[in-house]
Each structure stands twice: as C-alpha cells, then as structure tokens.
Ligand binder design. Structure first.
Ligand code: KIV
Ligand code: ZN
Length: 512
C-alpha cells in the first residue's frame, strides 16, 4: 500500500498575497471551482479576518465547494479563529489554519513576544480552534529558521491540544533541499506525539528551490501534505508550484512511491484561469504549463519524438490538459457547441445569462477572427464583463489614427457607472494615446508599473492579451484585457485595472 500525498492549494490565500494578484469574490469562486475539478484535497480560500471582502469570498467558496476541504487562514487569536469558523459554517468539510511565528527573529522583532508567550498563544489558539472545528492546522511561521528544540516543544504542545496537521513553512525561501528535508525529519523525531498529526511543508521560492525543498520535505522528512499554488503564484518569488509538485510525484512514482488524487487533465485550464484572472503571465519555458513545455524545436528532438515519443518526452501533454492547438469553433458554431466546449474546458458559468453574454462575445469575436482556439475561449470567459455586470468602467469602442511621422491620436468611448463618455488624446503611440484618453477623463493619478502584451495562441492572427499593472496610494492591481486588436486589448486592460483600484480592499498581510 502506498501513502497519499495531500495537495493543499493556497492560490486563493498565499497566491493572492502577491502584489497585484488580489481577486474579487467571484473570481475566487471560479478558481475554487476549477480547483475542485482538479480534485485538490484542501483549498485555502482566504484569510477570513483580513477584510470583509475575503470573509465573503471564503464564505461563498465554503458554500459552493462540495468535494474539497475548504480552509481559512487565521492568526493565532480567538477573534481571527472565530471569524474563520463563521465564514466556513456552510462547508461540507472545513479546516481552520492558525499560525504564529516561532523564529527568534520574528518573535523578538515582529511579535515582540517571548518564546514562552508564543508557546502559550499557540496552545490557546489551537485549543480554541478545536472547539469550533474538528480539522485544525497549525503553522509555525518562519518555522525553518526556528530553534529546533523550541519548535519541537511548540509542535508537541499544539498536537496535544488537538492540531491535526502541522505545517513547517520556509517562509522566506531560505532552505536548501537536503537541509530542509533533514530539518523536518529531525523535528518529527524530537516530537513524541508526532504520529498524531499529518506533517506538511510550505516553501517559498526566493532561491528558486520551493519545489525541490517541498519534495525533500516529503522524501527525507516524511511530510504527507504539500502546500502549493497554481503557476507558483505567491508573495515575492512565489510558492511551490502545484503543477510541478504533482507531475514530479506522478512521473517519478518509482522514487516517491506516493499517490496524489489530482485529476491532472485540468491543470492547463487552471493555469490559464489563474494567469488570466491575476494578469501574471506564465513564462513560456515554465515546466508543465509554459507554452514551450511540450514543444520540440530542434530537428533531432522532433525526429526522435516522431519515431518514439518517449525519446524526449517524460510526460504526455494531453495528460496535463494540453489539447492540440486545434480550431475548435468558428463563426457558424451554435450556442450548444459553445456550451459543450466550455464544459470540455472545465469552465462553469453560473447562470444562463452569463452563458448568453459569453456566447454573444464569442460571436462578436468569430466575426473578426475566423479560427477560434481553446485559448481564445478561456480568455473570453475570463473577461470581467462576462462574469460581472456592475463594474464602474466598461469598454465600448475605440478609434485611433497613427501614421509614420504623425503624432498618434485616439478617441475612446467607455462607460462610467453605466453612462457613456467619450475622451480623446495624443500619445507616443496608439496604445499610449488610448490610455491617456481614458486617464484624461478618469484622472485616477495611478502610476503604470507594468505593461505587457502576449499573443494568446502564438501568431499574429491570435488575440493579444495585455496586462496592465497600476499602483496608487500603496495599492497595486493588475488588469487584463484581450482582443485581436492590441490597442483595444490595452484599453480593456487599463479599464479592468481601474475597476480593481476602485474596489476597496483593506487587507491584513498574513506575514505582516
Ligand atoms: O509562508 C508562510 O509562513 C505562510 C504561513 C502563514 C503559513 O504563508
Ligand atoms: Zn507562505
């Protein structure tokens, strides 16, 4: 019999803490549904006490998800834990995840608490959490930089109080695989009641070793839960990436001898959904989900793969959800075919009216672009105007003039709280002119910190997907827009970022 490796996804909590990656309640709900389709064991839906918005998101996810455990983070205090429990009330299976820092640096400089006070607070909060939830995870923040004997005392005490999962994060991404694996192993040996809980790893990617460290925590340390995010999204350099850890354990089952319950065919759709929702583009050479991950460019490789696939391929593209880049729908496709394709792609729209809006957008796109690929459909349904009717700003139309030797000019019509406005401006290029035209009316004062264009299906005939990152009064947001015309895609992305700036989210940083 093999052990099972529990996959704990924290895209909606730790991933969302990445600057600019904050998501609306509806966006989180859509991603949670995709995670359920992936058969993720635990979905960390958010940090209920951090804001009303996150509370509502955790609550909505808890009510909607049936097959995965839904979890909320909470600091180690009664108020946070009670709020998490309240948000999780409707869940089929709920988990409270409480944490406190245990490293000398964090205890002294951040918490300004003595080790004994931290130990007491950890015990008390797990005791309180166990009274309101049967499934309680305890995390020792900055665990890897903690003194091992003190950490062992804390862990022993919280297991005695009823913690069912013990997580030892490498919060700052400082670990190296062998040392981290041995740290978990030694710690488990030092804790007399270690067999009463499941051990978990949570690694950040500051030195690019999050996946390797997590695997060492599993192989050497004996951890049976890995905390990870889609596309490795997360604070700073991100977290351990779900797709990499899952495919490593599956592909090298001979070595890890562990089972994972993930339905890998939904991985690529999940990756696209997270990237399009957050505006965090996936690098082409990213393992498993990058556009080049299964592309063989060199003649020798192509020849080998044609003769025998396994000469150069260790995984099958279709097993992680890469369908061949085929034309799926066109101008003449009907609503049923469109609905079926959405289903095949694992996209669930919540109402008939959302399907109608998406279908209308599909028809509009098919009029301008003869071949519609899966990627186009995914971009189309990620478009905010499909899933949300009440945005402050909405794109209507745009015209622009640019000619060699002349200063480009743009004229744009967009809605502000449902009312159409027209704005015009010159700029260095047509994109610049269009965004300046919007800004001349909105006057957000936001600073643009990133602008990037990506061809969705890889050719000049494809849609351009634009990401715009804006910063204003300490807030950073990403807006994404797609259209065969990249000037229009840019205007949509800019409006989408302005919408996000509008929605006020007062968050408390978990590691803050
Ligand atoms: O990185 C970390 O330490 C965390 C904890 C809050 C679990 O995200
Ligand atoms: Zn973290």
């Amino acid at each position: 019999m093999t052990d099972k490796l529990i996959i704990f996804d924290t895209t909606l909590r730790d991933g969302e803490q990445s600057p600019g990656a904050s998501m609306t309640r509806d966006e989180k709900l859509r991603i949670a549904r995709q995670l359920e389709r992936l058969k993720v064991d635990v979905i960390e839906a958010g940090f209920a006490a951090s804001s009303n918005g996150d509370f509502e998101a955790v609550k909505a996810i808890a009510n909607a998800i049936k097959d995965s455990t839904v979890c909320s983070l909470s600091r180690a205090n009664d108020r946070d834990i009670a709020r998490a429990a309240e948000a999780l009330q409707g869940a089929n299976s709920a988990r409270i995840h409480t944490f406190i820092a245990t490293s000398p640096l964090h205890m002294e400089k951040k918490l300004r608490m003595s080790p004994e006070q931290v130990l007491e607070q950890a015990k008390q909060s797990v005791r309180f959490a166990r009274n309101v939830c049967a499934d309680v995870e305890f995390s020792a923040e900055d665990g890897y930089r903690s003194e091992i004997d003190f950490l062992a005392r804390v862990v022993e005490a919280v297991i005695a109080e009823g913690a069912t999962t013990i997580n030892i994060p490498d919060t700052v991404g400082y670990a190296v695989p062998e040392l981290y694996g041995n740290f978990i192993k030694t710690l488990r040996e030092k804790v007399p009641n270690s067999d009463k809980a499941i051990w978990s790893v949570h690694c950040h990617n500051d030195l690019g070793m999050a996946v390797a460290n997590s695997l060492a925590g599993v192989k050497i340390g004996g951890a049976r839960q890995v905390e990870c995010t889609i596309n490795g999204l997360g604070e700073r350099a991100g977290n351990c990436s779900l797709e990499e850890i899952v495919m490593a354990v599956k592909t090298r089952r001979d070595y890890f001898t562990l089972d994972v319950g993930i339905d890998t065919q939904h991985i690529v759709a999940a990756s696209r959904m997270v990237s399009q929702t957050t505006g965090f583009v996936v690098q082409p050479n990213k393992a498993v989900v990058g556009a080049n991950a299964f592309a063989h460019a060199s003649g020798i490789h192509q020849d080998g793969v044609l003769k025998a696939r396994d000469t150069y391929e260790i995984m099958r593209a279709e097993d992680v959800g890469w369908s061949a880049n085929k034309i799926v729908l066109g101008k003449l496709s009907g609503r049923n075919a469109f609905k079926q394709r959405l289903q095949d792609l694992g996209v669930q729209l919540d109402s008939e009216s959302e399907i109608n809006t998406a279908f209308a957008k599909f028809k509009e796109l098919a009029d301008r672009k003869s071949e519609i690929f899966d990627e186009d459909i995914l971009a189309l349904v990620s478009d905010e105007s499909v899933t949300s009717e009440k945005e402050q700003f909405g794109f209507v139309s745009l015209s622009q003039r640019s000619e060699t030797g002349e200063r480009p000019h743009a004229s744009i019509v967009f809605t502000v709280a449902g009312k159409e406005v027209r704005a015009e401006a010159d700029g260095n290029g047509p994109v610049d002119a269009s965004l300046k035209a919007i800004e001349s009316h909105v006057q957000s004062g936001a600073e643009m910190v990133l602008y990037s264009v990506n061809a969705i299906s890889g050719s000049t005939e494809s849609q351009g997907e634009v990401t715009v990152r804006l910063q204003n009064s300490g807030r950073v947001v990403n807006g994404v827009g797609s259209d065969p015309d990249i000037v229009v895609a840019s205007a949509k992305a800019y409006l989408s970022a302005l919408n996000k700036l509008q929605s006020k989210a007062d968050r408390v940083a978990a590691q803050g």
